[in-house]
Design a protein. Structure first.
Length: 409
């Protein structure tokens, strides 16, 4: 049974992914990165990322069959899109290598070696692009082919060499880039989102190698007078499209993940402050005005500011003796020092509010607990207010300690 007898082209036809889908995903990735690229234009790594995404977008736009036909009609030259698309693919390969080289410069700190490597990549891939156009001009591609040019002209002099040249350049770049990305995955100092994004980039370049293998197998089959064109026309395009989507996801994921993580932390901090905020709002009789379109960062800042503004005059009425006893009581109940401080502060604030924030008795020292510490740790104090059972236990034990101190006096 031959491979042709197992031809899954009917099934693969159902898996066709329009080239406009990866183009849209890559454009989205570029737009997400664009503000950082513009703001930090002097950063060579961001410029390399921008160049890679821009070229990847161009590849899928100009390799779409409808655009290929349009370019051919516009220039009046049959198959002029072939060297143009091959050039874009080759430039994309080179930009991937430049990206990795630029990143490695940030780790190795060897600018001279990096400059040499960059010049080598630019020289080699620029030479390949020039050779692609020379070979196209020397060959005979009079019959327009929108989807199967690689296999249709696989045996045509000069065009055959052009096809092999762009596939060889693409394969070499993908092998090197995938290998370097994998070494990047194992580097230290990466967070989970960055590591996951790099794994997606690695998977995307492996899929590119599947694309190359399908194309080269189909071209080689033509030389042996066998028909495996479905590998090139039905398998390779959806693999390339899927590769682009995975690569785009690799660039988007770290940015989106860090954004979502930061937003989650802000919302969590805002929610954690709710018990203390409600307490301060009840004490002051007012709260933070609601603004419908306020950003999460602004809402968190306004809530923190409001709590500190109300706490600041209240701190003067906190019983320092109670605070110390509550701290000792919390430690005695087995709480760690950090948690004990938060519980003691919460007990002291509740006592001050329940006492109507009266000035302390003349016999009681006017100095309260460390004001700076209390105002800085409002999140921990607010979390302590959620634990009513623990607060009750601390207050009860602190009362016992107060009674014992009175007996000794």
């Amino acid at each position: 049974m031959t491979l042709l007898a197992l031809d899954p082209s009917g099934f693969l036809g159902q898996l066709y992914i329009s080239f406009w889908i990866p183009a849209a995903v890559l454009t989205a990735a570029l737009l997400i990165k664009l503000p950082s690229i513009i703001r930090l234009w002097r950063d060579p790594l961001l410029r390399a990322v921008g160049g890679l995404l821009l070229l990847a977008c161009a590849v899928f736009v100009f390799c779409a069959p409808s655009v290929i036909a349009g370019v051919n009609r516009l220039t009046g030259v049959p198959n002029i899109s072939a060297p143009w698309c091959y050039s874009l693919i080759t430039a994309f390969c080179g930009s991937g290598l430049l990206l990795i080289i630029t990143w490695r410069n940030g780790l190795s700190g060897r600018p001279a070696a990096t400059r040499r490597a960059r010049r080598w990549v630019i020289s080699v891939y620029s030479g390949v692009i020039v050779a692609l156009w020379v070979l196209f001009l020397l060959g005979d591609a009079a019959t327009e082919r929108l989807r199967d040019l690689d296999t249709y002209y696989a045996g045509t002099p000069f065009l055959r060499e052009e096809i092999l040249l762009y596939l060889a350049a693409h394969t070499a770049a993908c092998v090197i880039t995938a290998r370097l990305i994998w070494s990047w995955v194992r580097a230290e100092g990466l967070d989970a989102w960055q590591r996951c994004g790099l794994k997606l980039l690695y998977a995307g370049y492996l899929l590119n190698l599947v694309f190359d293998a399908a194309k080269l197998t189909a071209v080689g089959a033509r030389w042996s007078r066998r028909d495996l064109d479905w590998l090139s026309t039905d398998l390779a395009p959806p693999v390339a499209a899927l590769s682009a989507i995975v690569i785009a996801a690799g660039f988007i994921l770290p940015h989106a993940g860090q954004y979502l993580r930061d937003r989650w932390r802000i919302r969590l901090a805002h929610r954690e402050l709710r018990p203390l905020y409600r307490l301060m709002r009840a004490a002051s009789g007012a709260g933070v005005p609601f603004v419908l379109r306020a950003a999460p960062e602004l809402r968190l800042t306004r809530r923190e500011t409001f709590i500190r503004d109300v706490l600041l005059p209240l701190v003067r009425h906190i019983d320092a003796g109670l605070h110390g006893r509550a701290y000792d009581a919390a430690l005695g109940l087995g709480h760690p020092p950090e948690r004990a401080r938060a519980l003691a502060a919460a007990v002291s604030v509740l006592d001050a509010l329940e006492g109507g924030a009266r000035p302390p008795e003349p016999s009681v020292p006017a100095a309260g607990p460390d004001t700076t510490c209390l105002l800085r740790e409002i999140g921990a104090v607010s979390r302590a207010l959620r634990s009513s059972d623990e607060l009750h236990a601390v207050r009860a034990r602190a009362a016992v300690l107060a009674g014992s101190a009175a007996v000794h006096e």
